[in-house]
Design a protein around this ligand. Structure first.
Ligand code: HAM
Length: 431
């Protein structure tokens, strides 16, 4: 027999970890609702050109990491799995004429992304993002709204001390002159450049700035900085974004070296890190403004800004900060039994309780009562409904597993009695 395994760079989320992701999804959706970002879903694969155009041909994400789907015939369209959601969401914005909706269009998505990267801790080939986009507003206030929303996600999900790094990377007015200065600088260091970087120099010099190649760190330390080459409008925009962040109390640090790995960015760029770890660790999330992307994908010139937060990395950090596994939502009750007769009654009783909204598992096996009660306790259930001989008189046992008390309850009152007991128990916990 072959022994099958999940593909390299992917992993199964078993219940404890999956429960964590489900909770992330709830917090994300709740936040998006609170800020007025409406849900959107786009396909997990798109025409490759959406990513090539949108993200940029000369980026790691497109050049090295795109999961291309093999064509069945020559005529078939070239598809790729989405490495990130922004390009697909903007494609949808253009396709469905969302520029005629009230602007900006605020959208949010939670889902898996795919990058054929070299797997390591915190870097997977399938990973999850919480993504938010506001399309149709040039800022600066919306920039601060989005940065604050991302920051709040971390605190509500339980990650402490997340720091925001912000920068401005200019626009089409000031970027060209900066790129010239950058290319000139790298040409002066041509002999020291790794071959792949030398090759990219003329095609996309900006990518050398966020190169992961170890020997680039020294060269990049003295490279010209975009922040020193911003035009007056970009400078003013950046100042206003910072003023808005100050006004709503978001702690941030200006990071002049921050450029991001995708080509669509203009002006505001930002990343989230665990405080003090931006050297050793990959970003927990990042985003920025993309004022040219809608036009690039066939729409009218429209500004936009958004972020993507890496949920796998949030799970990693949370695992360090609070290692206890997450059990997900505990059961209210388990229906157990004393005699291993017909399972019909157990199932019928559990069905009634579930229909009334109580989280109930029925023990449908044949093991001893002691074992059943242990399992109920392990599942976090507060109560057990015990089906025994008294059922003939229309009664069942209702056992409080935490308190160790037990009483008989008429079957006809069970839903009401258990519902009341569960409510009382939640009050006792202050929730
Ligand atoms: P990104 O910086 O490429 O931006 O990815 C955002 C976040 O996704 C990263 O900060 C990281 O937490 C997570 N991430 C990226 N690659 C991996 C991986 N291989 N394994 C695990 N986690 C990963 C974007 O994707 C942009 N679409 C963000 C954005 C939205 N900009 C504007 N709107």
């Amino acid at each position: 027999m072959p022994s099958f395994r999940a593909p390299r760079g992917t992993r199964d989320l078993l219940p404890n970890e999956a429960a964590r992701f489900v909770r992330f999804g709830r917090v994300a959706r709740d936040l998006a609702d609170r800020y007025g970002y409406r849900p959107i879903e786009t396909p997990i694969f798109e025409q490759s050109a959406v990513f090539e155009r949108g993200i940029g041909e000369v980026t790691d994400v497109v050049e090295k990491e795109l999961f291309r789907i093999a064509r069945r015939t020559e005529e078939a369209e070239a598809w790729a799995l989405r490495p990130e959601p922004t390009a697909g969401i903007v494609r949808a914005y253009v396709q469905h004429g969302m520029q005629t909706w009230p602007q900006p269009v605020r959208l949010a998505m939670i889902g898996p992304m795919f990058r054929y990267d070299r797997p390591q801790a915190g870097r997977y080939r399938q990973f999850w993002q919480f993504d938010v986009e506001a399309i149709g507003d040039p800022g600066p206030a919306i920039d601060a709204e989005i940065i604050e929303l991302g920051h709040r996600f971390y605190s509500e999900v339980g990650v402490t001390e997340v720091e925001v790094l912000v920068n401005s990377i200019g626009d089409k007015a000031c970027r060209p002159a900066y790129l010239e200065a950058l290319v000139a600088y790298y040409r002066g260091h041509l002999a020291a450049l790794p071959p792949a970087e030398a090759d990219r120099l003329e095609r996309n010099a900006l990518r050398l700035l966020d190169s992961k190649h170890p020997s680039m760190a020294v060269i990049n330390a003295d490279a010209p900085r975009i922040t020193d080459h911003l035009c007056a409008t970009c400078e003013a925009h950046f100042g206003a974004v910072r003023a808005h962040l100050d006004a709503i109390g978001v702690p941030y640090r200006v990071s002049p070296g921050l450029v991001r790995g995708l080509d669509y960015y203009t002006r505001t760029a930002f990343e989230y890190y665990v405080a003090g770890r931006e050297g050793q660790q990959q970003a927990l999330g990042g985003g920025g403004r993309y004022d040219g992307l809608v036009e690039l994908l066939g729409g009218k010139p429209t500004p936009g800004i958004g972020f993507g937060l890496g949920l796998d990395r949030v799970a990693l950090v949370l695992g360090e900060q609070s290692p206890a596994p997450e059990d997900g939502v505990p059961l209210d009750a388990v229906v157990v039994f004393t005699d291993p007769g017909a399972s019909v009654e157990r199932l019928r009783i559990a069905t009634g309780l579930r229909a009334a909204g109580l989280r109930t598992r029925a023990d449908l096996g044949r093991r001893r009562l002691g074992r059943q009660l242990e399992a109920a306790d392990r599942d976090g259930a507060h109560f057990a409904v015990i089906v025994g001989d008294e059922l003939q008189e229309g009664q069942v046992g209702l056992r409080d597993l935490k308190a160790g008390t037990q009483r008989l309850v008429p079957l006809s009152d069970l839903t009401r009695e258990l519902g009341r007991a569960v409510k009382q128990h939640h009050h006792g916990e202050g929730g």
